[in-house]
Design a binder for this molecule. Structure first.
Ligand SMILES: [Zn+2]
Length: 219
């Protein structure tokens, strides 16, 4: 049965956004998240099989260049010797290697490849999520956990491709990856920034950095 509730903000005000040969996409009127309903998600085993096919090599110059579009601006904001978490690192520590090259320390967490739950019991100066949030089955719960991992004044660096509009969406290769089930746009990220009391900056078309308010406690 189709669940009409938005998996990010829990609004019931969601409607048809797009349909292709594989799936239906709904959009939330409140937070503007575009999402695939859980009835059309891959099973965890099928999802992992796709990830195993697309393993990024940590010494691939193109992949490192891609990650540097977040690593470079994030490293420039961080005080020397900051400690962070690569949340959803995948099978290789590529982003961690880049950030460590700037003198920061990075722990690795991934629900499939580095499932070290003990790393989720504390806070960090920064958390990085590269090509991760579009895979979130429960984005509301995931972002509550993510912002809880960041100390007041700390940073969240995100890479994900953004929804522009319905017309562009219909031709968008990004939606055709069956493991991509949550699609964010600028309005959705502004909604997140307001919800979690963060400043937000769009660094590039798919690079976003948020900073938690240094003067507020976690909600
Ligand atoms: Zn919503």
């Amino acid at each position: 049965m189709v669940n009409l509730t938005c998996p990010l903000c829990t609004s019931q005000e969601t409607g048809h956004f797009h349909r292709d040969r594989q799936r239906d996409y709904r959009r939330c009127a409140q937070c503007r998240l575009v999402f695939v309903d859980s009835s059309q998600h891959l099973s965890p085993d099928a999802e992992k099989a796709v990830y195993d096919l697309h393993q990024n090599r940590i010494d691939d110059p193109g992949y490192l260049n891609f990650l540097s579009r977040l690593a470079l601006p994030l490293a420039g904001l961080l005080p020397p010797g900051s400690e962070g978490l690569d949340y959803g690192c995948g099978p290789g520590p590529a982003l961690a290697g880049l950030l460590e090259g700037y003198g920061h320390r990075v722990k690795l967490y991934d629900p499939i490849y580095a499932n070290r739950r003990e790393l989720l019991q504390r806070q960090y100066d920064f958390v990085a999520c590269t090509e991760v949030i579009e895979h979130f089955r429960e984005p509301g719960a995931e972002f509550a956990r993510l912002f809880g991992l960041i100390r007041p004044g700390g940073w969240l660096g995100i890479m994900t491709k953004l929804v522009i509009g319905a017309d562009a969406f219909s031709r968008w290769h990004y939606k055709n990856d069956p493991t991509h089930i949550a699609f964010f746009s600028r309005p959705t990220l502004f909604w997140l920034a307001e919800r979690y009391d963060c400043a937000i900056e769009f660094i590039g078309s798919d690079v976003i950095i948020l900073q938690r308010n240094p003067h507020r406690r976690s909600r």
